[in-house]
Design a protein around this ligand. Sequence first.
Ligand code: NAP
Length: 382
Amino acid sequence: MAYTVMSNAKLQFNPTATSKTRSILFSSGDHLTHLNRFCTPLPKPVLRPRRFRIRATEASQPHDYKLRLNNVLHPSKLKIAVVGFGNFGQFLAKAFVRQGHTVLAHSRTDYSLEAHSMGASFFPDPHDLCEQHPDVILLCTSIISTEPVLRSLPIQRLKRNTLFVDVLSVKEFPKNIFLQLLPPHFDILCTHPMFGPESGKDTWKGLPFVFDKVRIGEDGSRIWRAEKFLDIFASEGCRMVEMKCSEHDRHAAGSQFITHTMGRVLEKLQLETTPINTKGYETLLNLVENTASDSFDLYYGLFMYNKNAMEQLERLDLAFEALKNELFGHLHEKLRKQLFLKRDREGSMERPKLSKLPPNKGKGYALPPPSSNSEILQPQNH
Ligand code: NAP
């Protein structure tokens, strides 16, 4: 081995030196002097201590056991398996990849190309997926297929305390399925990002993200993992809302389900943009655009798997009927007045009101004959 020693105390390898030659290079001003000589041992270089500065006191060392353990327990990035790699699954996966997390994907359809193009790996076989030992299994399947999909996962191949997360638009339903099908050593976090590929395409800033820590183990690393997952959304600027699943469903039926229903009703009207769109009309067109891009499965899931949705649908029906009655009542009153204006003036238009139905020959009651012939119809005195 040959070295070059410079007067400024830098030790350099000298490739020109032979094994028998030790080359020492001294620098003095502009002149360099090579001293090639047979010498054993090599003279010790005089190193000036001020050249060696301590730059980092906490730099990690390969033998730093504490640090290595910490990295194993608290890796700064998660390995997330997205199960259900459709519209919403891919939308979320892009953000995970962008934030540096490892994304594994699985779906009944082959999305290898889509996964590859965003930097994720696709596993058509759920056994292969689970053998990758992801930190998080994220269920992004349609609401109606959630149970069979969960049952089809070979969860025995996962790490014992894997975190299960769902993003379904209803919350009590997946919570109950998780609690029913997952052994107690798996953690459960139920979430609902209250935006989609359309409404969240530009930014997630200020958009609500609802979550319920249904079952998170007490171990520090498990708490940390759930927090790390939530931090994906918090760091994108989402408004984080911790809420019980049941409370979410109550609010969502009155807001989200109604929104989707109105969007779908308006879609059936095939609204078109006009040269004189008002701001309100633009809002309706946007609503149609936002809701029509979601699958019918999603909408059906909002109805079928939220126990509060039926009541909201009935209320909507009643509200529409009431509104129609109000309109037609007004219209009827106006028409009647116009039609019978003359008789009204003569004071003969007081319509007799039906007080009770006449007996129908001993068989219950029948509708009365027209009012002019009826003896039972009597004018009511107001
Ligand atoms: P979706 O129609 O609700 O779900 C599509 C996903 O479900 C696809 O990954 C599809 O897999 C899978 N799937 C459907 N039927 C299946 C079956 N029988 N077996 C196995 N997999 C099946 O549409 P989405 O918009 O992607 O929503 C996914 C989830 O995210 C839903 O639970 C939804 O409530 C929730 N979410 C959606 C939004 C949104 O704006 N879209 C927002 C928040 C939450 P393949 O593609 O492989 O067929």
